[in-house]
Write a protein that binds this ligand. Structure first.
Ligand SMILES: NC(=O)c1ccc[n+]([C@@H]2O[C@H](COP(=O)([O-])OP(=O)(O)OC[C@H]3O[C@@H](n4cnc5c(N)ncnc54)[C@H](O)[C@@H]3O)[C@@H](O)[C@H]2O)c1
Length: 314
C-alpha cells in the first residue's frame, strides 16, 4: 500500500509539476532521525497510526534501546486502550512494532520516504550536515521537517535545496501523551508542504497549530520567559520559590509551579534556550540570562534528571 502511494506521488511529481504543486503529499512512509526521547515517541505514534516508519540513529545499541523503550510505552498504551481485550492489546503492540524498521544509514533509506522528521541533537551544524547530505538522496517529493525547540527552522532549511519542502514539526514530551504539534512555516515553506504536514499531524491523532519561524514558536515563547521571570522574582528575594510555586498553582490554576516545572523540563535545556535567544537579541529583556540558573547548570544540577535542581528530588 505504502509502495503504491509512493509510486503514485513520484509519478505525479515527475509527470506534471503544475498538478503536483496542487496535490498534497499523503504521508505513508516516515523516516525519523534520532531514536532518543523525542524520536522514539514520534516513531511510536507514527507507527501506531498506520504509517511505516524507518528509525535512524548512530549505533545499533542505541536503536535497540530505543525500540525496547517504544515496546514498553506501547504496552502501557495497550493496557489502557484494550483493557477488556488483552489479546487485541498484544496484537496492537506487535503490529505497531513490526511497522518500525531501524537503520544507522539514513542516506540509504530516504529515497523511498514521504517525510523525514529530524529529532537529533540540538546543534545547528550537526543538523545542517545531516540534512545537506540527505537532500541529495531523498526523493523529489519528500518533505523534511525538524523537531528543534530553539533553532531557527530557516537556518536548517538553508542547508538544503528544498526550502519549499522544509518546515518545523515541534512535538512535545512525552510524545505519545501530549496532543499538541506546532507546525512551523518559514517564508519559503510552500502551502502544499504546510497542509501536508497539518494532515499528517491529524493522522497521528494530534492537534496541530500553526506558527511562523519565530524564537520559541508559541509554547516556549510564552513559557520560557514566564519561567525566567519566576527565577528573577526569586533572585531579587521578592518571594521564596516554594511560595511562587504555590501561588501559581492555587492562584492561577497551573498544575505545577514554575520551579517544579523548571526541574521537570531540565535546567540545562532552559539555559540552552535562553542563551540562544540572548545571542540572537541581547537587548530583549525577556531573553536575559539568570545567575542562579547558570550556577546550578555549572554544578551539573539539571533538575529531576540529575536528582537536584531548584529542588532536591531524592
Ligand atoms: N526533550 C524535549 O522535551 C524536546 C521537546 C521538543 C523538541 N525537542 C527537540 O528534539 C530534538 C531531540 O531531542 P531529544 O530530547 O530527543 O534528544 P535525545 O538526546 O534524547 O536524542 C537525540 C538522539 O539523536 C541521536 N543522534 C545524534 N546525532 C545523530 C545523527 N547525526 N544521526 C542520527 N542520530 C543522531 C542521538 O544518538 C540520540 O539518540 C532536539 O532538537 C530537541 O531540541 C526536545
Amino acid at each position: 500500500m505504502a509502495f503504491v502511494t509512493r509510486q503514485f506521488v513520484r509519478s505525479v511529481s515527475s509527470s506534471s509539476t503544475a498538478s503536483a504543486a496542487a496535490k498534497k503529499i499523503i504521508v505513508k512512509h516516515v523516516t525519523v532521525l534520532g531514536g532518543g526521547l523525542m524520536g522514539a515517541g514520534i516513531a511510536q505514534v507514527a507507527a501506531a497510526s498506520g504509517h511505516t516508519v524507518m528509525l535512524v540513529d548512530q549505533t545499533d545499541e542505541i536503536l535497540a534501546k530505543s525500540k525496547k523503550g517504544i515496546e514498553e510505552s506501547l504496552r502501557k498504551v495497550a493496557k489502557k486502550k484494550f483493557a477488556e481485550n488483552p489479546k487485541a492489546g498484544d496484537e496492537f503492540v506487535q503490529k505497531t512494532l513490526s511497522s518500525i524498521t531501524t537503520t544507522t544509514d539514513a542516506a540509504s533509506v530516504v529515497h523511498s520516504t514521504d517525510l523525514v522528521v529530524e529529532a537529533i541533537v540540538e546543534n545547528l551544524k550537526v543538523k545542517n550536515e545531516l540534512f545537506q547530505r540527505l537532500d541529495k538522496f531523498a526523493a523529489e517529493h519528500t518533505i523534511f521537517a525538524s523537531n528543534t525547540s530553539s533553532l531557527q527552522i530557516t537556518s536548517i532549511a538553508n542547508a538544503t535545496t528544498r526550502q519549499d519542502r522544509f518546515a518545523g514539526l515541534h512535538f512535545f514530551n512525552p510524545v505519545p501523551v501530549m496532543k499538541l504539534v506546532e507546525v512551523i512555516k518559514t517564508p519559503m515553506t510552500s502551502q502544499k508542504t504546510f497542509e501536508s504536514l497539518v494532515d499528517f499531524t491529524k493522522a497521528l491523532g494530534k492537534h496541530p497549530v500553526s506558527c511562523k519561524d519565530t524564537p520559541g514558536f508559541i509554547v516556549n515563547r510564552l513559557l520560557v520567559p514566564y519561567l525566567m521571570e519566576a527565577i528573577r522574582l526569586y533572585e531579587r528575594g521578592d518571594a521564596s520559590k516554594e511560595d511562587i510555586d504555590t501561588a501559581m498553582k492555587l492562584g492561577a490554576g497551573y498544575p505545577m509551579g514554575p520551579f517544579e516545572l523548571l526541574d521537570y523540563v531540565g535546567l540545562d535545556t532552559t539555559k540552552f534556550i535562553i542563551d540562544g535567544w540572548h545571542e540572537m537579541d541581547s537587548k530583549n529583556p525577556l531573553f536575559q540570562p539568570s545567575q542562579s540558573l547558570n550556577q546550578l547548570v555549572a554544578e551539573k544540577k539539571f533538575g529531576k534528571k540529575t536528582g537536584e535542581g531548584y529542588y532536591k528530588h531524592k
